[in-house]
Design a protein around this ligand. Sequence first.
Ligand SMILES: C[S@@+](CC[C@H](N)C(=O)[O-])C[C@H]1O[C@@H](n2cnc3c(N)ncnc32)[C@H](O)[C@@H]1O
Length: 277
Amino acid sequence: MTPTTLATSDFDYVRALVRERSAIVLEPGKEYLVQTRLQPVAQRNGLADIGALVDRLRRGEPALATQVVEAMTTNETSFFRDAHPFEMLRTDVIPTLMESRKTQRALRIWSAASSTGQEAYTIAMTLRESFPQLAGWAVSILGTDLSRDVVEKAKEGRYAQIEVNRGLPAPLLLKYFERAGLAWKVKQELRRAVEFKQMNLIAPWPSIPRMDVVFLRNVLIYFDGDTKRAILANVRRVIAPDGYLFLGAAESTLQYDRTFERIQTARTNCYRLLQNS
Ligand SMILES: C[S@@+](CC[C@H](N)C(=O)[O-])C[C@H]1O[C@@H](n2cnc3c(N)ncnc32)[C@H](O)[C@@H]1O
């Protein structure tokens, strides 16, 4: 199938749909992105082109709309992405929380927008490698994402060689993964340490318990200011008063939520609720 020019009305229809379902903003100029992402969806559904796909969407097909929204998510991620947040987790965050939680002996960590799971598995490996004392604690690591496809991949824990080559140190690959044909699969012991669920950050959050650490990295960038504010307000409700929030390197709470303060280290930063908020 050769890409055809995307009609403005079709582009507008797709961007309104994507915004309504995911809050992802597709600015004018992203026509090419829509074309390249939706061409395979049209093909998979036996449709001649994106015009035909949008016709079907207009007639109201929820399953097709889900495929389109999921295709428009950017699922870029890797093990130990940006390295420094995981270093801060290891050197500052977990030691502080272990001290303050030593009576309850429980910790909850959430990778919100976990994509294909590398972030959540990185957290699990970091805890196992550096805090063997946590073996006697109730530690829960939750990964959630809008896209059912990436959640399924995360649950399966199967990664291509090229994916494990990106950021995963060889000793950890050998310790926590096993060969699965040409790919690598997370060993059951580590897979059991992480739970993955589908969740839309712009829907209500009734099932999210109090969290000690929230990783909300590289997802706010896709949203407009009001959505960022609304999501950060929800984070404020679920995060422990002394909990920690990690955002992506290009993201910040500062413009959107004054109840968080930035905690800076030499190489990275995270956020905590201001103590009088
Ligand atoms: C670039 S990935 C970030 C993955 C990981 N946090 C990291 O930093 O490597 C962004 C993820 O956000 C998810 N996403 C986008 N909109 C979302 C929404 N409304 N609710 C939940 N997840 C969403 C996408 O499906 C995608 O997997």
